[in-house]
Ligand binder design. Sequence first.
Ligand SMILES: [Mn+2]
Length: 326
Amino acid sequence: MIRPTDSRMAQAVALVRNARRVLLCTHLTPDGDAIGSLLALDSALRRMGKQTLMICHDLPPQNLCFLPGAERIQLAAEARGQQFDLGFSIDAYDKERLGDSAMPFFQCSQTLQMDHHQTNTGFAQHNVVDPQAPASGTLVYRFFRAAKLAFEVDEAICLYAAISTDTGNFCFSSLSAETFEQMAGLMEAGLPIVETARELHLMREKAHVLLLGRALNSLQFDLDGQLSSMVIRQEDLVASGATQEHADRIVNYGLYITGVRICYLATQTDNATKFSLRAVAPDEVAGIALELGGGGHPQAAGCTLSGPMEEAITRVHQRLRQALQA
Ligand SMILES: [Mn+2]
């Protein structure tokens, strides 16, 4: 099968082959796809004889630090004063998403980016963008094939992390036969899937589980159970020793309940209330999030409202209620 990006992928391999020093970067608040793809690429490029530096606006989150090579990722300032023949960005859809990595990236003699977001702006000189791909890891896998590189075990672990994260552990509609062909390739390379899946998809920090308990205790239902909501207040964060980061993903539990069509989680921050909104297709929440000053995907969006928390909750709740009754 010839994909629209196949010739661009061959070009990307040629660009890398012609470079000596390569700066690799990804988006801020990096997730499993960002870090896994970055690490696999870095390993590939070093095996191709390149000198590399991996930078990011943020260091990898705690739950991804077990990935081989994660300790080599530096903050963007590390690139200051260094010269690179090629800047290579992965999984970022625009230059703002690069945060502090944007400046060193654009100072490279040539720029290349790979990504799978529909909203990609084509911000580099060379762009390999495939919105059909479920993860940037999918594109990195194709890069390995185009460069005729066999996978080492550590690379297989990183690419599995990338692809399984962005497909919701193989649950999302972005999956295709290619995803499983790639998984077969990673298994053939010796991927220790049980250990890696446990580390990536089952293990949680204690603070996260304690916070989840408090969030679940706050569950409320409206409209005969079609709308569910949870609230996390500052006191919940303090009592469970958690940070805002631990509140990520808790919202999804509101949707894993029979009969629920839309759910939200309201998290109190220092001076505002952060809302995470989720819906089951065909219901959508992106439009409402946008209307309230936020944004996101059709079924996963968010917004932040200032002012008293109770008023913010009432406003969001009424708006979602209205959407369900429409
Ligand atoms: Mn991604």
